[in-house]
Design a protein around this ligand. Structure first.
Ligand code: FMN
Length: 160
């Protein structure tokens, strides 16, 4: 895990602000995370059904390893917030590339837990936001491909 996160720390970062942080959720805390998600979900949606609650538990327990990535912009910096947030996304992508290079698979998820205030305060400090829940593990089966954007629609040559 440290080797993977050390790669994430080498992310392009204008102004050397390190506007991101990572919180590892250890295996013995995953049930506590599930309980937090359930309580936060019920507080926001008192009429939540069984399947919605099960989805919160499934979210918390998927994959053996979980890193919560935080966008932690430095307030008052001359580096625009936009650039600091871009760097947070890049740090997560570096983390995923490092995990895949070492033979693991990883997924970057947000979903409801990312945007709930109670969940955010359980991980993030003032001015910080959850940028993603990064789940890591060893692939149990070959990864499925999905449609990718058409190169010619996305890439163009500047010609003015
Ligand atoms: C900010 C962000 C949030 C995402 N959140 C989710 C999510 O909540 N659920 C989901 O199925 N995929 C989510 N994705 C997409 C997955 O990370 C991933 O791109 C997708 O599963 C396909 O994986 P692949 O591109 O490696 O094949 C998110 C991607 C980003 C960049």
């Amino acid at each position: 895990m440290r080797e993977i996160l050390e790669v994430a720390l080498r992310t392009p970062d204008h102004g050397k602000l390190a506007p991101w942080r990572f919180v590892i959720v250890p295996a013995d805390k995953r049930s506590a995370l599930a309980d937090l998600l359930e309580a936060s979900y019920r507080a926001e949606k008192p009429d939540a059904g069984r399947l919605e609650i099960e989805a919160m538990h499934q979210f918390a327990h998927q994959a053996p390893t979980l890193v919560v990535a935080l966008s932690a912009p430095v307030e008052g910096s001359k580096i625009p917030l936009w650039e600091q947030e871009l760097s947070a996304g890049a740090a997560i992508m570096n983390l995923l590339h490092a995990a895949h290079a070492l033979g693991f698979a990883g997924g970057w998820l947000t979903g409801w837990p990312c945007y709930n205030g109670d969940v955010r305060t359980a991980f993030a400090g003032e001015g910080e936001r959850i940028a993603g829940f990064v789940f890591l593990g060893t692939p149990g089966k070959p990864l499925e491909e999905r449609p990718r954007p058409d190169y010619d629609k996305i890439v163009s040559i500047w010609d003015r």
